[in-house]
Design a protein around this ligand. Structure first.
Ligand SMILES: *Cc1c(COP(=O)(O)O)cnc(C)c1O
Length: 229
């Protein structure tokens, strides 16, 4: 709760510290080096004041899910923040590819040939090679983005050979009603057989489980910034 003289952002540094401590503790418990994990602070819907509170703690990796929102919020903050790394974690429309390649440093939601083609074209045009994660729809949900698991191997191969994209790893968002662990295990298996080492998985409610299954990038929003409106 914010009292007199406090702001909505005053709890953010301690919340971030807590999340970092939980990542370290979980890594220790499962025999991993916490330095192999990137914490992406998901700042979607939150304003500059909250982001600055996170930046003040040294946090440099941030996630946004909408290109337009990120364009409005980030250019000014980026100009004064050396070492910033901005991750696109939401669906990307092909008509927003130019802006996305300009603004983001990593894309987590590559999931279809048309998008791969447009991204490859735009990266050449801007002479800016951005690592991409391929999103896999591990729960095969009709309304959810992501490549079908049965088509993942072929799509990964096409991204590498046809479009010559820098494929960093795989990303998933498990169905809300499911236990996340089997989805994380499944994503790890697909990554392994394709020689991919990075896994973008785990959010506020399940990042510790994701770490047990090898997550290298956890995307944490509400546990850091509070509930979204
Ligand atoms: C919003 C979002 C997150 C963060 O969710 P929290 O539950 O607030 O941690 C992570 N990944 C994606 C793709 C998101 O859209």
């Amino acid at each position: 709760m914010s009292g007199p003289g406090e702001t909505v952002s005053s709890g953010i540094p301690s919340a971030l510290g807590e999340v970092r401590a939980r990542i370290s503790a979980k890594c220790k418990a499962v025999g991993r080096d916490p330095a192999t994990v990137t914490l992406i602070a998901v700042s979607k819907t939150h304003g500059a004041e909250s982001i600055e509170a996170a930046l003040s703690t040294g946090q440099r990796h941030f996630g946004e899910n909408r290109v337009q929102e990120a364009e409005a919020k980030w250019p000014e903050l980026r100009a004064k923040t050396p070492g910033l790394c901005l991750h696109l974690i939401g669906p990307l429309q092909t008509n927003k590819v130019t802006e996305a390649v300009t603004l983001f440093d990593v894309i987590h939601t590559l999931d279809r040939p048309k998008l791969a083609e447009k991204l490859a074209e735009e990266m050449v045009k801007q002479a800016r090679k951005i690592p991409c994660f391929i999103q896999v729809n591990t729960g095969r949900e009709a309304q959810k983005a992501g490549v079908d698991p049965a088509e993942a191997d072929a799509f990964i191969e096409s991204c590498r050979t046809t479009w010559k994209l820098d494929i960093a790893g795989l990303m998933c968002i498990p169905p809300v009603a499911d236990q996340p662990a089997p989805h994380f295990a499944f994503l790890r298996e697909i990554a392994k057989r394709n020689g991919l080492t990075q896994l973008s998985m785990g959010m506020s409610d399940d990042f510790e489980t994701a770490l047990a299954f090898g997550a290298t990038h956890v995307r944490v929003g509400s546990a850091i910034f509070g509930a979204r409106a």
